[in-house]
Ligand binder design. Structure first.
Ligand code: BYC
Length: 331
C-alpha cells in the first residue's frame, strides 16, 4: 500500500485513512507495518498470528517426545530437522507479529498465563512412533491447507512469512506420509500401529480448521479484510477431499463410516465432528493441556540465562558504550 506514507498520515482525517485502507484491501495490495490500519484489523492480526506462533512452538513438544526413540539414525535426523523447523516458524511469526507494535515477551506472557490460545491439536498425546507419521501426514497436511491461502493474506509480513513456512511444511507432510507408508507396508504389527495412529489423529485434525462457519466468530470480518481467504468449513472440506485418495494409496482407512463421495456436490461427505470435545480442549481440558503449558513455562524459565546473556552482550556492544566492534577485532 502506498497511499498513507507516514508524513501524510498526520494530515489525513480518519475517514480518508479508512478509505485508503479499504481501497488497498479491495485492490489486493498488501498492508505494510507503517501503513494506517483500523485498530480492530491490527488486533485481529495480533490474535491470529500470536495463536499461530504459539502453535508452532508448543507443537514441537508432541514430536520431540520421540526424538530419542526414533528407530534409525535417518529417522532421527529427519525428525530433529522438522522439530527445529517448527521453532523457526515460531520465530518468523513472532517477528511478524512484532511489526504490529506488540513484543515477543508480551505474547509469550499471554501464552504462559493462558490468555492466548494455541492450536487444539497439540493437546493430544503421541503414544507410538506411528504418531510422528500421522502428525506429518494429517496435522502438517491440515496446516498446509490452511496456510497456503495465508500466503495471500492482506498483511504483508504475515503473507511473506507464510511462503517460507509452507515450503517447509510441504517437506514435513511428505516425511509423515513416507513414514506411514513404510509402516503400512511393513509387518502386521507395524500396519496396525499406523492404522491406530490415523484413527486417533483424524478427527482432531479436522478440528484444527476451527468451528463450523455458522459458529465462527471472526471468519466474516477476517475474510472481508482478506486476512482469511476461505472459511473454516471450505478448508476442512478441501482437506478431506485431499486425504481420501492419499489414505487409499497408504493402504489405511479413515475412521469415518459416513465418508463417501457425493457426486452432486463434487466433494466427499463426512460424519459429524464432536464439537464438544473441541470446546473442552479449548477450555484447557484436553488430554495434555496442562502438560504442554507446564513444559513451555519451564522451557522459558530454563532459557532465562540465555536471554540475560544476550541482553548483556547487546548492552556491552551498543553504540553508547562505544564498542560496536567485536572485542577481538581490535585486539
Ligand atoms: N485451536 O472465529 P474462529 C502447525 C479459536 S501449527 C484452538 O473461527 P479464526 C504445526 C479461535 O482462535 C499451525 N483455538 O477464529 C506446528 C477463536 O478464539 P478467540 C497452526 C481455535 O481466528 C508444529 C475461536 O476459536 N495454524 O502447523 O477466524 C508441528 C473462534 O474461531 C481453533 C494456525 O494457527 C483451534 N483449532 O479462525 C506440526 C493457522 N480454531 O481467539 C504442525 C492460523 C479456532 O476468539 N490461524 N479457534 O479466543 C487461522 O487460520 C485461524 O485463526 C483459525 C481460526 C482457522 C485457526
Amino acid at each position: 500500500m502506498t497511499t498513507a506514507a507516514p508524513e501524510s498520515v498526520e494530515t489525513m482525517d480518519t475517514s480518508a485513512l479508512e478509505a485508503a485502507f479499504d481501497a488497498a484491501v479491495a485492490a489486493d495490495e498488501r498492508i505494510e507495518p507503517r501503513d494506517w490500519m483500523p485498530d480492530a484489523y491490527r488486533a485481529t492480526l495480533v490474535r491470529q498470528m500470536a495463536q499461530h506462533a504459539h502453535s508452532e512452538i508448543i507443537g514441537m513438544q508432541p514430536e520431540a517426545n520421540w526424538i530419542t526413540r526414533a528407530p534409525s539414525l535417518r529417522r532421527k535426523a529427519i525428525l530433529m530437522a522438522k522439530v527445529q523447523d517448527e521453532a523457526g516458524h515460531g520465530l518468523y511469526l513472532y517477528s511478524a507479529a512484532e511489526t504490529l507494535g506488540t513484543s515477543r515477551d508480551e505474547l509469550l506472557d499471554k501464552l504462559h498465563s493462558g490468555r492466548q490460545k494455541y492450536s487444539s491439536i497439540f493437546n493430544y498425546p503421541t503414544l507410538t512412533w506411528a504418531d510422528v507419521g500421522a502428525i506429518g501426514w494429517l496435522v502438517d497436511g491440515a496446516a498446509i491447507t490452511n496456510q497456503v491461502p495465508l500466503c495471500r493474506c492482506s498483511y504483508g509480513p504475515y503473507a511473506r512469512a507464510m511462503v517460507r513456512v509452507c515450503k517447509e511444511e510441504s517437506f514435513h507432510q511428505r516425511q509423515g506420509y513416507e513414514l506411514l507408508l513404510a509402516l503400512s507396508r511393513g509387518t502386521e504389527a507395524q500396519h496396525a500401529m499406523a492404522q491406530d495412529a490415523v484413527d486417533r489423529w483424524w478427527w482432531p485434525s479436522l478440528m484444527m480448521f476451527g468451528p463450523p462457519d455458522d459458529e465462527s466468530a471472526h471468519s466474516a470480518q477476517s475474510m472481508a479484510w482478506k486476512i482469511k481467504r476461505h472459511s473454516n468449513d471450505e478448508l476442512r472440506q478441501r482437506f478431506v477431499d485431499i486425504c481420501v485418495p492419499q489414505a487409499e494409496s497408504l493402504g489405511l482407512t479413515l475412521p469415518d463410516p459416513a465418508l463417501r463421495w457425493n457426486e452432486e456436490r463434487g466433494h466427499h461427505d463426512f460424519g459429524p465432528i464432536d464439537w464438544d470435545e473441541f470446546q473442552q480442549v479449548l477450555r484447557g481440558n484436553g488430554p495434555c493441556n496442562d502438560q504442554r503449558l507446564d513444559r513451555r513455562r519451564k522451557a522459558h524459565e530454563d532459557g532465562a540465562w540465555v536471554r540475560e546473556a544476550a541482553l548483556a552482550h547487546a548492552a556491552k556492544h551498543s553504540p553508547e558504550q562505544g564498542t560496536t566492534e567485536h572485542p577481538e577485532a581490535s585486539a
